[in-house]
Ligand binder design. Structure first.
Ligand code: BGC
Length: 450
């Protein structure tokens, strides 16, 4: 943080104070989230729970002995990917993949178009790789709230992250994909598993780190999954008789707060961003944490200060006034500059049509970015500590993926510091970047469940 924001830019300081979350508030958030998770797990409260805690039907973590060739699909962010994953040995996993951009029309159009597009990409990829007749097992990483009823059956609950396709909510997504593949008639694959990206991330990390118990995504969206005792997963039919002790639970924790329990830390800026989003009143926690929203929060604060003539005085641009134009990646760029250097900040503002070298303004911009990203990391820390306590873990690894965690220069440190502050030495943990969870993890789940 700058040496003295309160003196240097008091109005910005005052706004940023509203984003500050105290230790006491963090403990309260951990407490409230624990309560919500317990509601999601229990049969009688699950229907009205906001943190759904979906069971994934993944009960075995990888042993490191999984081998074979698998296809994986990854849908959930701005790109859609098809992957061919070959598990060769514990240390050698070969991944080939191709990304396809998903247009806004597809994201907001009829579901049939989206699934036809997915099938088309899959078919063209398989032809390119000459595997279209191999009938390979496929793992489908589908990173949206899904009520799973089996390892390869899941009912879509709601769209998030800018997607809003008609005709999908309430349907079995595996069937929608299988139908789209069948409609083509030129491709043979077996969809053996559907999974969330958090589950893929946990599995991918667990392949090499046997101690991994949590999968976390802080990317376009945010969510976590963890290893629960099967006996606690009341929504699983066989929870009382299962001979498998563990079940990965997909918390869908982005929805935490949708019933108002986070209002005590939310700001007017959060409410403004929520209102303009495609899914108002939904994904409250996610909207304070993830990449889809952080840049927009910063932009709101900046525009307010500019409007009052307190920042970038005399300057304005169409771009800075435009919703969603301030990418979250800019926050990472701006915070990457060394203390006292404002190269990135000035470049970012330049891209947004505001040409300035006024140090104080650029420093203030960095301070706003730090405020918003620090709050994101604090909230994520609360979630991780909640899960560590829930599992009663004394030592575990957390597999993490997503652009915010990967590219923000201080996110890892902020998580570590805040988690240590909350845990007070009661548990040890290791935060590990999970390589390609959505691809590798999908292959591993396909392998484990095959
Ligand atoms: C989705 C989750 C997903 C997360 C991270 C959220 O919007 O609801 O299913 O895991 O984003 O991609």
């Amino acid at each position: 943080m700058p040496s003295n924001p309160q003196n240097d830019f008091p109005e910005a300081f005052e706004i940023c104070q509203k984003f500050d979350i105290s230790e006491e508030q963090m403990r309260e958030i951990v407490h409230r989230l624990t309560k919500e998770i317990n509601m999601g797990l229990a049969k009688d409260t699950h229907p009205r729970a906001v943190v759904k805690c979906f069971i994934t039907y993944v009960q075995d973590l990888p042993t490191g002995k999984e081998r074979g060739k698998y296809l994986a699909l990854d849908l959930g962010g701005t790109n859609f990917r098809v992957l061919l994953v070959t598990l060769k040995s514990e240390s050698e996993i070969n991944i080939e993949s191709k990304s396809y951009a998903i247009s806004k029309d597809l994201m907001e159009g009829p579901g049939k178009n989206l699934f036809d597009f997915i099938a088309e990409c899959l078919a063209s990829y398989c032809k390119e790789m000459h595997i279209e007749k191999e009938n390979l097992p496929l793992g489908f990483t589908f990173s949206f709230p899904l009520q799973q009823v089996g390892i390869n059956k899941g009912i879509m609950i709601t769209w998030t992250k800018g997607f809003k396709c008609d005709g999908v909510v309430g349907k079995n997504v595996v069937e929608l994909l299988q139908d789209a593949i069948n409609r083509r008639g030129d491709l043979k694959v077996r969809i053996v598993a559907i999974l969330n990206d958090t589950t893929g991330t946990l599995m991918s990390c667990a392949f090499a780190n046997r101690n991994c118990r949590i999968g976390l995504i802080v990317g376009t969206g945010t969510n976590a999954c963890y290893v629960e005792k099967t006996s606690n997963t009341e929504m699983f039919e066989g929870y009382q008789t299962s001979n498998k002790p563990n079940m990965i639970v997909n918390c869908e924790m982005g929805a935490f707060g949708d019933n108002g329990v986070l209002d005590f830390v939310r700001t007017s800026y959060d409410r403004a961003v929520d209102k303009q989003s495609i899914n108002p009143k939904r994904q409250t926690f996610e909207k304070c944490i993830s990449g889809m929203y952080l840049g927009e929060l910063v932009r709101h604060v900046v525009v307010e200060l500019m409007g009052k003539g307190l920042l970038f005085k005399g300057l304005n641009s169409q771009a800075i006034q435009e919703m969603w134009r301030f990418n979250t990646s800019y926050i990472s760029d701006i915070e990457s500059d060394a203390v006292g250097v404002h190269r990135q900040a000035s470049m970012v503002m330049d891209q947004l049509g505001i040409r300035t070298n006024v140090e104080k303004d650029l420093e203030c911009l960095r301070y706003i970015c730090q405020t918003v990203s620090t709050r994101s990391a604090k909230l994520t820390s609360c979630a991780l500590v909640c899960l560590i306590n829930k599992m009663n873990s004394k030592d575990c690894s957390v597999g993490i993926d997503g652009g915010v965690y990967r590219y923000h220069p201080h996110y890892h440190r902020l998580l570590t510091e805040n988690m240590n502050m909350l845990l007070k030495g009661s548990a040890k943990f290791e935060l590990i970047v999970s390589e390609d969870g959505s691809g590798r993890g999908a292959a591993l789940i396909a392998a484990v469940s095959a």
